[in-house]
Structure formats: C-alpha cells, structure tokens
Design a protein around this ligand. Structure first.
Ligand SMILES: Nc1ncnc2c1ncn2[C@@H]1O[C@H](COP(=O)(O)OP(=O)(O)OP(=O)(O)O)[C@@H](O)[C@H]1O
Length: 252
C-alpha cells in the first residue's frame, strides 16, 4: 500500500498495567478516506490502544507515526491539535444549549468587540449540518434536547470535523441507538470518508462494523489476531466466524 495517504501508523505498541499486559505489540495503519474497524471482546485492549494513540497513556514500547513523522503526544489535547479527535459515546451534548452552541462548545467565534458572533455560528452550523447529512434539521438554534440520539451522535462527529480532525476515533458510536438512528450515523461516517477523513471505528457490533468499515483489525487479549479487508471476507457472518475462532468457540 502506498504511504502517500497514510495518516496513522502504529508499530509494536506495548502497554502493561502492573502484571496485566494490555497491549502486546500492536501494529496498524489508518489511511485517508478509510474506516478501520477495531473489533474485540471486552478487555481486548481497544480503549487502551486509543488512549496510547492520543497521549492519555504513553506506550511502554513501540512507535506512533502521524502523517509520516514519529510522534509522542503528551496528552489528548495535543493529539487534537494535530488532528486526531476521539468521539466518546458517553460524551453528551448540553441539552439546554442550541445545536449551534453545542457544535462550537468552548470555541465560539466572537466579533471584533469580543461578543459572541451568533450570525457566523448560525451560518457555519448550517454548513456542518449539510456536510454530515442533517441538512433537514435546518435550524441551528434548535435546543439539543430536541435531537434524537443518532442526530446527537452525528453532531459530535460534525464538531470534530469542523475543528479540522483528519482522523476520527469513534468509540462505540451506535451504542443505545435504534436501527434507524444508527443508519443516520453510519451515513455521517460514510460522508466523512468521502471527505478524505480516516476513521477508527470501535465496536462490538459486527454488523454495523461490517457495514461501514473498509478494513478490520481484530484484537484479543491485547494482541492482533487477524487483519483483513472487506474484500477478503464474504460477509458479516465470516467476520463473526473469525472472531469466534479467536475466542476458541466453534464457528457455526
Ligand atoms: N488503567 C488501567 N489499570 C489497570 N488495568 C487496566 C487499565 N486500563 C485497562 N486495563 C486492563 O487492560 C485490559 C484491556 O482493557 P481495555 O479497556 O483496553 O479493553 P477494551 O477492549 O476497551 O474493553 P471494553 O470493550 O470492555 O471497553 C483489561 O484487562 C483491563 O482490565
């Protein structure tokens, strides 16, 4: 694979907590405009890997390369400044604030007198809503409490994109969402792909992961146990089978 569109490259990431070896030499790539599904059971090491990428933890060994340069992010804010944005499922919008205020939260534009520039916020929010496929919402001044779960999730993704994320890390983005709401969020992820954004999509749900991912990285007990592209498998059933084999269960 050509390196010209590589965003993130991990080489041999190791991390232990006392006697627990949470990551045992994980290597992976994420390229522009692709979705990598990071799949694994509880305790597989998915969250620990993400925390090592963005500087919440420092790896014990291994290298992180971002856009071709070896990096050590001191903390998640530094990773964010460099374009890596983690969207956590439990990171809620503020219900009493408008969609626009939630989108800009903490980074609201001001006019030359230092006052909140509501007009600019309104216009930019409309653009973001269009970009993420929520153009039909149409009203940036709607209170966030009126949004569905799926819409809220898409707005969180929109916020990351608006603030120039090149790599999105989506942690269980569809947890607690209905099928219909999930579809909307998956559409938003599809749109981000078209914009050249890279995505790490963390999920337990094989069917959703299959729908949206271009490549799969299976983790078990901190180790990579399989890696393949969507073209390598026939459908979600094969993905489940491969995971069952890993878990030592018989594939049906
Ligand atoms: N701060 C920590 N201190 C001690 N052990 C930890 C810490 N963080 C994670 N672990 C351990 O590392 C292993 C991997 O955990 P991790 O949370 O990364 O898994 P996960 O794949 O994200 O699981 P889940 O899907 O349940 O969130 C587990 O055994 C966990 O108990």
């Amino acid at each position: 694979m050509s390196d010209t569109n590589n965003l993130l490259r991990l080489k041999g990431i190791e991390k232990s907590f006392g006697s627990i070896q949470a990551l045992k030499g994980v290597s992976l790539d994420v390229n522009e405009g692709e979705v990598l599904a990071l799949v694994g059971d509880n305790g597989a090491g998915k969250s620990t890997l993400i925390k090592n990428i963005v500087g919440y933890h420092q790896p014990d060994a291994g290298e992180i390369h971002w856009k071709g340069e070896q990096v050590t992010f001191k903390n998640p804010d530094e990773a964010l400044e460099q374009g890596i944005s983690v969207v956590y499922q439990d990171m809620e919008l503020i219900p009493s604030l408008t969609v626009a205020r939630n989108l800009f939260l903490g980074k609201e534009p001001t006019d030359r007198f230092g006052n909140l520039d509501s007009d600019l916020m309104y216009e930019e929010t409309k653009e973001v809503l269009d970009d993420i496929g929520l153009g039909s919402l149409n009203d940036p001044n709607l209170p966030a409490e009126n949004l569905s779960g799926g819409e809220s999730q898409s707005i969180k993704i929109g916020r990351a994109l608006h603030f120039d994320a090149d790599l999105l890390i989506l942690d269980e983005p569809l947890r607690n969402l209905s099928v219909k709401e999930s579809e909307k969020v998956l559409e938003t992820v599809e749109r981000t792909k078209e914009q050249g954004i890279g995505t790490i999509y963390i999920s337990h749900n094989i069917f959703n992961a299959y729908e949206v991912a271009d490549r799969f990285h299976l983790l078990d007990s901190g180790a990579t146990i399989d890696e393949f592209t969507k073209d390598d498998i026939e459908g979600p059933k094969e993905l489940i089978d491969r995971m069952k084999l890993v878990a030592g269960q018989e594939a049906e």
